[in-house]
Design a protein around this ligand. Structure first.
Ligand code: NI
Length: 253
């Protein structure tokens, strides 16, 4: 039984066949999925999917690219939405310096505000960190609230160790299976298995051998398989420990 801790099944790329895809996901041995909001609309859609399907839970939050336009009104709306049934985290929130379009100070401000929202609601949070490792750590430290997971981890083993010491979980996605994914493989090998989560970030980042195609939660097994090999565990052991980790982290019974 697998737990895909980060998917976007509300994405437009599933609009033609969403029901069939979700049925296949649960038939494939996946028992739990957290559908993650990236903006207000996606957050609402995540709550709706969670209401519709037993195995789907929701995270609500605003991604750094959209967060720069966030207002106090949005934050209040997010707080209300977070009170919906089966909302288990605030996310995805964080910093993204990849295209250098979004104002960095605004990103930091709304990252911190959303961590504070998670703390106020006694929820964990899901961090998106792209090319912003040092500043992400700085904001996290400044917040003083460390019930977080780094999603699709792309940092170093040293940074992973620092985060784990703070109390963080580290989540790996398709890139850990890529031939050029040496850094992610090293990090996955170094993180204690009790702090690892697995995810797809679908429809993005399909693992090998599906790289480049539309991703979905059923493909989380390829991430599990790779990490199991890196840690000298069987795929079943890795699936079991990451399922337990995910339930503990998100507070799912
Ligand atoms: Ni995502």
């Amino acid at each position: 039984m697998y737990f895909d801790t980060h998917a976007h099944l509300d994405d437009g790329r599933f609009s033609e066949d969403r029901e069939a895809v979700i049925r296949e996901i649960f038939d494939s041995g996946v028992s739990l999925v957290v559908n993650v909001g990236a903006d207000m609309e996606g957050s609402r859609a995540s709550v709706q999917l969670a209401a519709q399907y037993d195995g789907i839970y929701a995270a609500v939050g605003v991604h750094p690219y959209d967060a720069q336009a966030m207002t106090e009104v949005d934050l209040a709306a997010l707080r209300e939405l977070a009170g919906s049934p089966k909302v288990v985290a605030i996310g995805e929130i964080g910093l993204d310096y990849h295209y250098d379009e979004a104002d960095r100070d605004k990103q930091k401000e709304w990252f911190l505000n959303q961590i504070k929202l998670a703390e106020a609601l006694d929820l964990p949070y899901i961090v998106h960190d792209r090319d912003a490792h040092a500043d992400c750590l700085e904001v996290i430290r400044k917040s003083g609230y460390f019930r977080g997971v780094m999603h699709c981890y792309s940092g170093s083993s040293e940074m992973a160790r620092e985060l784990v010491e703070l109390g963080f979980y580290i989540s790996f996605a398709g890139p850990v299976t890529f031939k050029n994914g040496k850094k992610a493989k090293e990090a996955a090998a170094s993180v204690p298995s009790g702090r690892i989560l697995i995810e797809t970030d679908s429809p993005y980042l399909s693992p090998e051998p599906y790289r480049g195609q539309r991703n979905d939660s059923a493909k989380v097994r390829f991430v599990a398989k790779e990490i199991a090999a890196l840690k000298g565990m069987t795929e079943e052991e890795l699936a079991k420990v990451t399922l337990e980790n995910g339930k503990r982290f998100f507070g799912i019974e």
